[in-house]
Design a protein around this ligand. Structure first.
Ligand code: SAH
Ligand code: SF4
Ligand code: F3S
Length: 481
């Protein structure tokens, strides 16, 4: 453990040194040309990827790149997702367009990273059909980005065809957590904080454990230091991130529970709201429920992926809970935190799903009355156990069930999420409304959005708002003066 920390410190120092060197080169170039090089990051996938993109952005800014909001940039990075097939298709679609752009922009660099790159087949395909890509890296070595850029630029100086210049650096897994590298946060008032990387659960449909590696928890001291620093910079809401936050700390020495980590973060002055994503039902402890019940800062929202309501399918999915376990858990949570909002993820059309299995899922949706649910058509991911199961569900059948599920969710969600209508609630104001610039958009503790008229100066503040009308998945409100 001690040894590991040293290696990581050496690695961080080495990268900071390379960033400095590249920055000098960029400054010299700027003096000659008067033009700063631009970058643009396109992020696919989940919050883990969004957080990684902030780290990438931090490195690029320190090198001397400036951010731009179009792909017509000197450096374009796609941070990819592979959780479902359509995530991959979107990347290939856009990549073709990027190749055309590059032909018109000499010196343009293109990098691909993220979960898709951790799959051999993807990388083979890119090497073969998308030779114009300059840098490929994965989920485990983001901290090395500056070094990879340097190698790519040095390759060019020593000459060579474009097709020989591609830099590919992919790690199968890692036990390293490199702290203290640059960082460029999207919002000044709320921040995502990684607490655990990777996943050990191997749900039989899911690719994530193969592309994100084994579970690694950050040291609690590092997390607490980071949150304290954020608070001192004006952040009032933190979102603790991990594929399965409930197994935080199990492999630390000494072990530590997620609930204890929350207690520590609760103590940090300036932090007003604490959120976390995602909880696996099998690891959600009574200790955590009790901490949530007693907390003043933990938000009244829990995202608790169900996946299926059929105990038979849950077993084949390797989820390690039954329908009854899930319902019991919901009951215990609601008892401790009566006004909690529950949201979930559900997969429809998992191999072998029968009408009876599907009805079990509908039954759970009716019983729990989720505030919202993200529903997905099962997508076959090569390399996962479910991909080679023989009884794949016909697309037509899956789609028909998907529509029935969606109707049920919309029905129950509209009812349960309107329960705050005509009350005053605290709202963290996040931005000017994207559709109507006279409105502001903010978030309730339960994660629902509220749109209301107000001045831009309120952005980043936690203020009381009267919730006039529920629109199903959001509210229209008015500022309480
Ligand atoms: N770690 C989180 C989920 C990460 S993936 C958890 O365990 O809850 C986000 C969601 O994508 C999952 O909850 C699941 O509903 C969905 N998903 C994952 N693999 C899928 C697949 N092969 N097909 C369809 N949906 C999938
Ligand atoms: Fe995938 Fe399951 Fe891990 Fe979530 S817990 S990331 S669904 S394997
Ligand atoms: Fe996608 Fe990777 Fe997240 S596969 S959902 S970006 S962990």
């Amino acid at each position: 453990m001690e040894n590991n920390i040293n290696i990581n410190k050496i690695e961080a120092d080495k990268q900071l040194e390379i960033i400095k060197e590249l920055n000098q080169r960029f400054e010299e170039e700027y003096e000659k040309t008067g033009i700063r090089k631009t970058y643009h990051i396109v992020t696919f996938g989940c919050q883990m990827n969004s957080r990684d993109s902030e780290k990438i952005s931090g490195i690029l800014k320190q090198i001397g790149y400036v951010e731009t909001d179009t792909e017509d940039a000197d450096f374009v990075i796609y941070n990819t997702c592979t959780v479902r097939e359509n995530a991959n298709n979107r990347v290939y679609g856009r990549l073709g367009h990027l190749g055309t752009l590059k032909k018109k922009r000499p010196g343009m660099l293109i990098a691909l990273c993220g979960c898709m790159m951790q799959e051999n087949t993807t990388v083979e395909k890119i090497k073969e059909s998308y030779r114009f890509v300059d840098i490929i890296f994965g989920t485990h070595n983001i901290f090395k980005l500056a070094e990879l850029i340097k190698i790519r630029l040095d390759n060019e100086e020593t000459g060579g065809k474009q097709s020989d210049l591609m830099v590919v650096d992919l790690w199968k897994d890692t036990d390293m957590i490199v702290e203290n590298l640059p960082n460029d946060r999207k919002y000044p008032f709320k921040a995502g904080v990684n607490i655990i990387f990777g996943c050990n659960n191997f749900c039989s449909y899911c690719i994530v454990p193969y592309v994100r590696g084994r579970e690694r928890s950050r040291n609690p001291q590092d997390i607490i230091e980071e949150v304290k620093k954020l608070a001192s910079e004006g952040v009032i809401e933190v979102m603790l991130l991990g594929q399965n936050v409930n197994s935080y700390g199990k492999n630390l020495n000494p072990p530590m529970s997620f609930a204890k980590l929350l207690l520590e973060i609760e103590k940090i002055e300036g932090i007003e709201r604490i959120r976390f994503m995602t909880s696996h039902p099998k690891d959600l402890s009574q200790e955590l429920i009790d901490v949530m019940g007693a907390s003043k800062k933990i938000c009244k929202h829990l995202h608790l992926p169900l996946q299926s309501g059929s105990s038979r399918l849950l077993k084949i999915m390797n989820r390690r809970y039954t329908k009854e376990d899930y319902l019991d858990l919901v009951e215990r949570i609601r008892k401790a935190v009566p006004d909690i909002s529950l949201t979930t993820d559900i997969i429809v059309g998992f191999p072998g799903e029968t009408e009876e299995d599907f009805l079990e899922t509908l039954d759970v949706v009716k019983k729990v009355r989720f505030d919202n649910a993200f529903t997905f058509l099962y997508s076959k991911r090569t390399g996962t156990p479910a991909a080679i199961m023989e009884n794949q569900v016909e697309e037509k059948v899956a789609k028909e069930r998907f529509d029935r599920l969606l109707a049920e969710i919309q029905n129950s969600a509209a009812k349960s999420s309107s329960r705050y209508e005509h009350t005053i609630q605290d709202v963290l104001v996040e931005e000017v409304n994207t559709q109507d610039e006279n409105l502001l958009t903010g978030r309730l503790s339960n994660n629902m959005l509220v749109h209301f008229a107000g001045d831009k100066s309120l952005i980043g503040k936690l203020i009381p708002v009267y919730l006039e009308e529920s629109k199903g998945f959001y509210y229209i409100g008015s500022q309480v003066k």
